[in-house]
Ligand binder design. Structure first.
Ligand code: HEC
Length: 122
């Protein structure tokens, strides 16, 4: 009887631990890029939020397009990472696409570019 009670308590605390760990797993995006090892997991979670909300405000919350063209993997993979990160840092003059230099570092822009090419934010 006593061991059953201890067992129940153990299962209970494991469930609580799993529930606490779950939101982390949702916000951690696996981008396969050299930058992933030097940008902190916390910053990667922030950048992911930024892509979904800020970039998404113009390119569509699911990146399927809006004011700006879609940023889906099939289009992004056709562009080299360096071209994409330069577009992100410098913006597109004459359009609503703002320059992100100062908000993200060149390294972070390459990480976002790599993630877009892999469809990591979709
Ligand atoms: C204020 C609106 C706005 C925001 C915010 C915005 N963009 Fe744009 N973006 C545009 C417009 C407009 C263009 C030019 C038209 C086009 O090519 O879609 C563009 C172009 C681009 C292009 C070139 C697309 C192509 O196929 O040539 C990329 C890549 C891009 N944006 C990525 C991003 C990323 C990443 C973010 C967030 C860090 C972002 N944009 C935020 C409006 C925006």
């Amino acid at each position: 009887m006593r061991s059953l009670l201890i067992g129940l308590m153990l299962v209970g605390s494991m469930l609580v631990a799993a529930a606490c760990a779950a939101p982390m797993a949702v916000t951690r995006i696996a981008v396969d890029a050299p930058e992933s090892s030097v940008i902190s997991p916390k910053r990667q979670a922030e950048l992911t939020m930024m892509v979904k909300h800020d970039c998404g405000s113009c390119h569509g919350l699911t990146l399927k397009g809006g004011l700006g063209k879609p940023l889906l993997r099939e289009r992004m993979a056709a562009l080299p990472t360096e071209t994409l990160s330069a577009l992100i840092l410098g913006g597109v003059p004459g359009t609503a696409m703002p320059p992100w230099l100062g908000i993200v570092t060149p390294e972070e822009a390459r990480w976002i570019a790599a993630g877009l090419r892999q469809g990591a934010f979709e």
